[in-house]
Design a binder for this molecule. Structure first.
Ligand code: HEC
Ligand code: HEC
Length: 276
């Protein structure tokens, strides 16, 4: 039962043990003293003015020993918290965090260059656990409760964004208003953006350039980088930012729950949902 209690080498343990024995001894002594005093009390002295139903109180000054031990207890308490056990000790949470980060590092190094099948499998696994509850197992967004991946990330998704606007990613530029382009102009822009902005730039892209930049790269972080729209990099950006938009709230995944490679994998997976 006590095999882990290594009293001989552990200074703090020794001190605690000595303290416990001392407190026990002092308690016995003091209790005994007062019991004797109550039994044959012959006290006399000056009483305070107040008395309650004839019961008065002596004017005694604070016993020095009591005051000293009171202050000493506070000092010891502060030392114990800051330098003794609680803040320095073994902690289960600390151990958990350490184990998770070791595991994640091994995981990342094992999968530095995963092939397509691995990415897809990993992405599906992450998706089913972390995303499907809101986005639906098929990625349909469960009747409008979350973004549907049949459209998002594709030209149809850009068209929808142009029509309705977008908000909630928390870029310095703020909200994107809807209706910045329409008709064939909007279609041409959508095809250009969804195609990775590599083809010929439609003149109507000027409607977007004021915020997203001539090159669509978001003016150095003011607005999203459209050249990555519909790629795993854009998904990773959404995961890091979260999104409280017109549909609802998408939580942030920037707390270490997912490693970078898992973010890439899940991006890979949801983009495959749009291709069907
Ligand atoms: C007034 C500035 C502004 C203009 C003009 C603008 N955008 Fe945006 N756009 C933004 C901002 C800001 C965001 C990020 C909004 C958010 O928080 O969701 C954004 C987001 C987007 C997104 C990402 C949406 C998503 O689902 O993640 C796409 C795609 C996009 N814009 C395309 C366009 C296109 C195409 C045009 C031109 C027709 C355009 N934008 C015009 C500011 C603008
Ligand atoms: C708690 C519910 C919830 C969970 C869990 C969730 N999402 Fe979302 N997600 C949303 C909602 C709601 C939106 C739509 C936000 C809006 O535009 O109003 C959204 C939007 C998105 C978008 C589109 C963002 C854009 O720019 O328009 C992507 C991509 C996305 N989620 C990916 C994921 C991935 C990947 C996961 C799992 C790692 C995930 N989501 C987990 C609720 C969720």
């Amino acid at each position: 039962m006590f095999e882990n209690l290594n009293v001989s080498t552990d200074g703090v343990n020794q001190l605690s043990l000595v303290g416990a024995v001392a407190i026990f001894a002092i308690t016995i002594y003091v209790a005994g003293k007062y019991i004797r005093q109550i039994k044959n009390d012959t006290s006399s002295g000056e009483l305070t003015d107040e008395n309650w139903d004839g019961i008065g109180e002596y004017k005694n000054s604070l016993p020095l020993g009591w005051a000293v031990s009171f202050v000493a207890t506070m000092i010891w308490g502060a030392w114990y918290w800051l330098a003794g056990y609680p803040l320095n000790a073994f902690s289960q949470i600390g151990q958990y965090n350490e184990e998770v980060s070791t595991y994640n590092a091994t995981f990342e190094s094992k999968w530095t260059n995963p092939d397509q099948d691995t990415l897809m499998g990993m992405g599906e696994g992450v998706y089913l656990v972390q995303c499907a509850s809101c986005h639906g197992i098929a990625g349909d967004g469960i009747e409008g409760k979350a973004a549907g991946f049949d459209k998002w990330g594709t030209a149809a998704g850009v068209l929808e964004t142009i029509e309705k606007g977008s908000k909630g990613l928390g870029y310095p530029m703020g909200e994107m208003p809807g209706g910045m382009a329409s008709g064939d102009d909007a279609k041409a822009i959508a095809a250009y953006v969804a195609g990775g902005m590599t083809g010929e730039k439609p003149a109507s892209f000027a409607a977007c350039a004021s915020c997203h930049g001539e090159d669509g790269k978001g003016l150095g972080g003011q607005a999203p980088d459209l050249s990555t729209y519909g790629t795993t990099a854009f998904v990773a950006d959404v995961l890091n930012r979260g999104k409280t938009g017109t549909i609802g709230t998408m939580p942030k995944f920037n707390d270490g729950r997912l490693t970078d490679i898992q973010k890439e994998a899940v991006g890979h997976y949801i983009l495959s949902l749009g291709e069907k």
